[in-house]
Design a protein around this ligand. Structure first.
Ligand code: GAP
Length: 536
């Protein structure tokens, strides 16, 4: 029997398990870590590889309309000029001159403290699930500390970056999630240049030290070749997508692809994030899985867009993410880039809030057109029916491997009270990972380690299994302890080679299932059939 309870601080529990069991370490930890960079340990590297492999198999190998690509990380700097990244891949930045902290202005919220209809000061808070509550508490505190009498109005949270009401304020609803549907307050006193000095810094709690928002380009720069002047500047790619656009003609000319078709790529991307946070959710070096699906300029893009959103949702469920944690966020029309026809994000309920996991954008023919203009090389296809040339349009599903990995850890983590037949209760930590992505598929456990007949049979099974699957051999400690070790690592099955294996006919093992903890007898052939069915 078992009962499951979510730990009080799920995020803390996941981070601690990730470190303890060798999923994720801080980068350069012996030097104190390096903010925004992470290393994947033995279990993490397997888990990540499995996520990548599942995506690649489902997206590329099992489809007839999508081909793969691996473009270079450092590309010609003109690529990033044409794509708009040199001019526009910026985040609005606010500095605190006293604490030297830097904030992304769109993650720094402020509110006026309004008492009896009059603004008496300002409070600020960083974006979180509880931004509105924090601002309200800060406003009450402000009023009390200043000894102000009167009725405090309910605070309204505004972003630092969009002080102009005419541009549309980003408001937070009660759950802390950005709500495009909330009406814009026309009568709100906006944060003018003069008011910015009145907004307190979250670091010091005092006003006067925040700068006005300014643009900060997030691309990492490097120099290529021996010269380190302006002529040698190049960039680490901030997304993998441009590789697909730049190689569009190469792929068309060297393969037999026909519209509609896609080019997919998995690889590292780099962004000098101002505030890397929430563990691996927002880091400075991360991995993307992106696909550009090219369609005819007259094709029904909205239908294709919807089909890809549904495909991505189904894929996330196929690797074990629960439906209950997934939702959609449609970007409001007025916030889209001029060329964009629509963007929908698949959101995931992380412990720190509902956040973007996968963006699916209908980008028109903007990227190919930009590269055609900048390179002077047309990026067109010929339409046999109309006898006219055209630039294909594109639907782009773009997702981060690290964000998926964090989502599966958070959704899979559970702590349970387990009671055995004798009535003894103990705690177990279990990672309910789908067999598709679990780092270890099977643990092979000889019941005792000093009986040759048992260990010999166990070794033979282990050797056979590891030709095809990631498996572990573990003969250390009591069998219950070994099960718990595998539960924490997310191993779906343990097979125990026991006395029945060697003494009774049939050569069967005990198969123990991670989630139900149920045990049954299984033959080698049945075990391979189970793996064949569940690990794909
Ligand atoms: N080509 C489009 C593009 O790159 P994006 O929304 O900036 O779009 C796509 O990134 C996905 O990459 C995001 O949905 C997220 O999963 C992941 N991602 C973006 N920035 C990230 C970061 N700093 N750390 C981890 N993952 C990130």
């Amino acid at each position: 029997m078992s009962s499951t309870a979510e730990p009080a601080n799920l995020m803390e529990a996941v981070v601690s398990l990730a470190k303890r069991r060798g999923f994720i370490y801080l980068s350069s930890e012996i030097y104190g870590g390096f903010n925004g960079f992470f290393d994947y340990g033995p279990l993490g590297a397997e888990l990540k590889k499995n996520i990548r492999d599942c995506w690649w198999n489902d997206m590329v190998r099992r489809r007839e309309d999508i081909v793969g690509l691996e473009s270079s990380i450092i590309m010609h700097p003109k690529v990033w000029e044409a794509s708009g990244h040199v001019a526009g891949f910026t985040d609005p930045l606010v500095d605190c001159k006293v604490s030297k902290q830097r904030y992304r202005a769109d993650q720094l919220f402020f509110a006026a403290v309004v008492v009896d209809g009059k603004t008496v000061g300002y409070v600020s808070a960083l974006e979180s699930e509880k931004t509105v509550e924090e601002l309200q508490a800060a406003a009450e505190n402000f009023k009390r500390k200043k000894g102000i009498q009167g009725t405090l109005a309910q605070v309204r949270a505004y972003e630092m970056i969009e002080p102009l009401i005419e541009q549309g304020q980003k408001l937070l609803d009660a759950t802390g999630k950005t709500s495009a549907t909330l009406s814009i307050a026309k009568d709100f006193t906006r944060a003018t240049e003069a008011e910015i000095p009145l907004i307190p810094s979250p670091a010091t709690g005092e006003p006067g030290s925040l700068t006005a928002p300014r643009s900060f380009n997030m691309m990492f720069q490097t120099n290529v070749g021996a010269m380190t002047d302006g002529s040698s500047v190049a960039y680490l790619r901030p997304e993998t997508a441009q590789g697909m656009f730049v190689d569009f003609k190469n792929v068309v000319d060297t393969t037999r692809v026909k519209l509609p078709f896609g080019i997919a790529q998995i690889g590292k991307s780099f962004r000098n994030e101002i505030t890397p946070r929430n563990f691996i959710f927002r880091s400075r070096e991360f991995e993307q899985m992106e696909m550009e699906y090219f369609i005819h300029e007259d094709a029904d893009w909205a239908k294709c867009h919807e089909e890809w959103i549904a495909w991505c949702e189904a894929w996330l469920k196929s690797i074990g993410l629960p439906d209950s944690h997934l939702s959609r966020y449609t970007h409001p029309k007025e916030k889209l880039a001029f060329y964009s026809r629509g963007t929908v994000d698949i959101m995931f309920k992380y412990p720190f809030g509902v956040q973007e996991l996968w963006g699916i954008a209908a980008r028109g023919n903007y990227d190919l057109t930009q590269h055609a203009n900048a390179s002077g090389k047309p990026q067109e296809l010929f339409d046999e029916a109309t006898k006219k040339k055209f630039v294909p349009h594109v639907i782009e599903p773009a997702v981060g491997v690290d964000r998926i990995l964090l989502a599966v850890l958070c959704a899979g983590y559970a702590e349970e009270d387990v009671t055995d037949e004798k009535g003894n209760t103990e705690k177990r930590t279990v990672l309910r990972l789908s067999p598709r992505i679990a780092p270890v598929k099977v643990a092979v456990l000889p019941l005792i380690k000093n009986k040759e007949a048992l260990t010999g049979r166990a070794r033979a099974l282990y050797t056979k299994l590891k030709r095809k699957y990631a498996v572990q051999y573990d003969d250390g400690g009591a069998i219950g302890k070994r099960y718990r070790r595998q539960d924490e690592a997310g191993t779906p099955w343990c097979v125990t080679i026991d006395f029945e294996t060697i003494e009774k006919p049939g050569d069967t093992f005990t198969l123990r299932e991670r989630d139900s903890m149920k045990q049954r007898r299984i033959t080698e052939a049945e075990l391979f059939a189970l793996l064949e069915d569940q690990v794909y």
